[in-house]
Design a protein around this ligand. Structure first.
Ligand SMILES: [Zn+2]
Length: 401
């Protein structure tokens, strides 16, 4: 099947995940795509393809040579973001994109314009797929799935000598549960690549170290009319606490390799206030120092008020995969060689978040991320470049040789 045909088919299947659900997968509808993929894989002759009880699809192509070759895996996710509806997606194909604004929806005046989205200018001449302006597209991550499926078909119809190739399609990546039930043993690879997002010229093997912090502030409440020298308003102490943290280390003032502390929730009254922060940094050393800053702020305030007015608890969430990839750089070396051989330009871009691959890497399966030619994720301005998707198929075909 043609890569465009497959991609269009996949995005028309609603696979939105749901954070509030406690089931695996979080939504049954993700299985509609999972089952279709198993069927397609079996039709291609991969009889071992199956869907497990957690909604993960696994498949393997055995090695076809005696020569010792690495076992390589490829992973993409089935679900789309809960941020924007993925029902009734009505994709439109634009051949040889001319660099002008794209009218997504004439009636509602929804336009994909090059000023707001300058990445479009890098797509001139390419074949694009866009939305009708009312839903997301779901290139995140159905572009990844379409690339892998097209790649498999080409492998099976070629004479390429390769080692074992493992495939997995996972549910619930968008709600952070994509690897909760991932079976590394079943997957059986030396290393893997997630195909999830962005320009195909980005190779990603660095992400944040991440922690979350809960701050509890115990104030003293009393009638405001007779409060002099008695009341301690916990909301104002919360403000003091936040002021004691590095003021420029916040999301709106950082980019690239700069980490941050983000106050994402605050709730309270005079008597008691609770604050939630997330702490992020690519550098382990600075990350540890950021956590220390929280303790220092607590100590200052506890000393100032003369009792344990501030309590903090900090929990690590995920780690930067870079440290692990550097210990076992086979995946990275291999992909870089391919880009150089095919003379495709690349940059290493640090992910300002986490990925399923980061978790798998820490679990023992080194898994950098590759781009899929999808842009503006999680909203109505999402679009995909079929031209870049096809190029990524060529990259994967070279990678396994
Ligand atoms: Zn994704």
């Amino acid at each position: 099947m043609d890569i465009i045909e497959n991609f269009i088919d996949y995005v028309k299947i609603d696979t939105q995940s749901d954070e509030s659900s406690n089931t695996y997968p979080s939504t049954i509808k993700q299985l509609n795509l999972a089952k279709k993929l198993v069927e397609q894989l079996q039709n291609l002759g991969i009889s071992n393809a199956f869907l497990d009880k957690y909604g993960v699809v696994y498949a393997k192509i055995p090695a076809n040579t005696e020569e010792a070759k690495d076992k390589i895996g490829f992973i993409a996710h089935l679900d789309t973001s809960p941020d924007c509806t993925g029902a009734n997606v009505n994709p439109k194909i634009i051949e040889k994109y001319n660099g002008k604004n794209i009218i997504l929806n004439e009636k509602e005046n929804i336009v994909l314009d090059t000023k707001t989205f300058p990445s479009l200018l890098e797509n001139i001449g390419e074949t694009l797929v866009v939305t009708d302006g009312t839903t997301l597209l779901g290139a995140d991550d159905k572009a990844g799935i379409a690339i892998i499926m097209n790649f498999i078909e080409k492998v099976l119809n070629s004479n390429i000598k390769h080692g074992q190739i493992s495939i997995a399609f996972t549910p619930d990546e968008e709600i952070g549960r994509g690897t909760d039930n991932f079976n590394i043993k079943e997957f059986d690879s030396d290393y893997a690549f997630t195909l999830d997002g962005g320009s195909i010229h980005n190779i990603e093997y660095e992400n944040f170290n991440a922690a979350s912090a809960t701050i509890k502030i115990h104030g003293v409440n009393i009638h405001p009319g007779s409060a002099k020298d008695k009341m301690i308003n916990s909301i104002l102490v919360a403000e003091e606490f936040n002021d004691l943290l590095p003021n420029d280390m916040i999301p709106s003032k950082t980019e690239g390799y700069q980490g941050f502390n983000h106050l994402c929730n605050i709730n309270g009254n005079c008597e008691y206030t609770e604050m939630e922060y997330i702490i992020r940094n690519h550098s382990r050393a600075i990350f540890e120092k950021q956590k220390k800053d929280f303790e220092i702020a607590r100590n200052i305030l506890n000393h100032k008020y003369g009792y344990n007015i501030v309590e903090i608890s900090i929990k690590d969430s995920y780690e930067n995969m870079r440290t692990f990839i550097e210990k076992d750089p086979r995946s990275l070396n291999r992909i870089v060689n391919v880009y150089e051989k095919l003379k495709i330009s690349y940059t290493f871009s640090p992910i300002r978040g986490g990925t399923d691959g980061a978790r798998l890497t820490v679990m023992g399966l080194p898994t950098p991320n590759l781009g899929t030619g999808g842009f503006n994720y999680h909203g109505r301005y999402e679009y995909a470049s079929i031209t870049q998707m096809k190029k990524m198929v060529d990259i994967l075909l070279e990678l396994i040789q």
